[in-house]
Design a protein around this ligand. Structure first.
Ligand SMILES: C[S@@+](CC[C@H](N)C(=O)[O-])C[C@H]1O[C@@H](n2cnc3c(N)ncnc32)[C@H](O)[C@@H]1O
Length: 277
């Protein structure tokens, strides 16, 4: 069988299984099992594929039919132009989170704290983009921190990153120019509305803090000023309906210049706040 026929078979199976973006997913999975760059699939379409490749592809398609996200099947997600390892222990990074990086890079920071780092995308990207920055990344999950360490090595920034297991600020000390975080923010009563790709595969601790979903922002707004240098900033990701509530938390805590930032779809996606003056 040639690669083109294999991809067509996979696309058809995904279509029948009501998986959206069937063609894109089948091509990405084919690239993975053939060990070629996705941008080169077309060049190899007429190549014969081995029985071993067919078996691996069929297994990948079965996983996708069970709603396992492509990034988890291939073990990699691209974020801000770099590939990050993704395992079952971490949130599958979302493109919307790049909104925080775009904002962070507007104002260079030398000491950066990434709270709830997961795969490490925020802290590692900022360390890679700002070569004189030192970064502390934290997570309550030991397993997530191991994934972040692997990713830091992959991007050659592990020497400038400290990894700390901590419940938000509990095990932290020192001051930072930037505190950045994408905390779990889904309300407990919203969980049942989530797609199977999300609720069946992202760690629950990465999705929800329980209750109304706002508790991490109460903690961050309440304590961040103890860990910020003068002129320091906080940037946190938010759910698209949480802008007003989270903005108010930072205003009540005395932060200045509190703004809601939108993502590329025009949805509220982040709050930026400056050290209280
Ligand atoms: C939404 S995920 C974000 C992961 C990563 N920063 C990203 O954007 O892909 C939230 C992360 O916060 C961590 N977390 C949850 N509760 C925490 C707590 N109490 N203290 C520190 N980290 C926590 C989770 O383990 C998870 O890695």
């Amino acid at each position: 069988m040639i690669l083109r026929a294999l991809i067509a078979r996979g696309t058809s199976a995904l279509d029948q299984g009501d998986i959206s973006n069937a063609t894109r997913d089948a091509r990405l999975l084919a690239a993975h099992v053939c060990d070629i760059d996705p941008s080169r699939v077309t060049l190899h379409e007429m190549d014969e594929v081995s029985e071993a490749v067919i078996a691996r592809f069929d297994d990948a398609i079965t996983q996708r039919l069970n709603h396992r996200p492509v990034s988890r099947i291939i073990g990699v997600r691209q974020f801000w132009g770099r590939n990050f390892q993704v395992t079952d222990d971490v949130l599958d990074p979302r493109g919307d989170t790049e909104t925080l990086i775009a904002e962070a890079l507007q104002t260079p920071a030398k000491r950066i704290l990434d709270l709830g780092t997961g795969s490490g995308i925020l802290g590692i990207t900022l360390a890679a983009e700002q070569v004189d920055a030192v970064v502390v990344v934290t997570d309550i999950s030991k397993a997530a921190l191991l994934v972040a360490k692997t990713n830091a090595k992959r991007h050659d920034v592990e020497d400038r990153i400290e990894f700390i297991e901590s419940d938000w600020f509990d095990s932290l000390h020192g001051k930072f120019d930037l505190i950045i975080s994408n905390p779990p923010y889904i309300g407990e009563n919203e969980l049942e509305g989530l797609e199977p790709d999300v609720i069946d595969y992202d760690p629950i601790i990465a999705l929800t803090p329980g209750g109304d979903g706002i508790e991490p922002y109460r903690i961050i707004a309440g304590q961040a000023q103890n860990y910020l240098n003068e002129n320091g900033r906080v940037i946190v990701e938010i759910g698209h309906l949480q802008g007003k509530d989270v903005k108010n938390l930072f205003l009540q805590a005395g932060f200045s210049g509190v703004q809601i930032l939108q993502d590329l779809e025009g949805k509220d996606r982040a709050i930026v706040a400056k050290h209280p003056v």
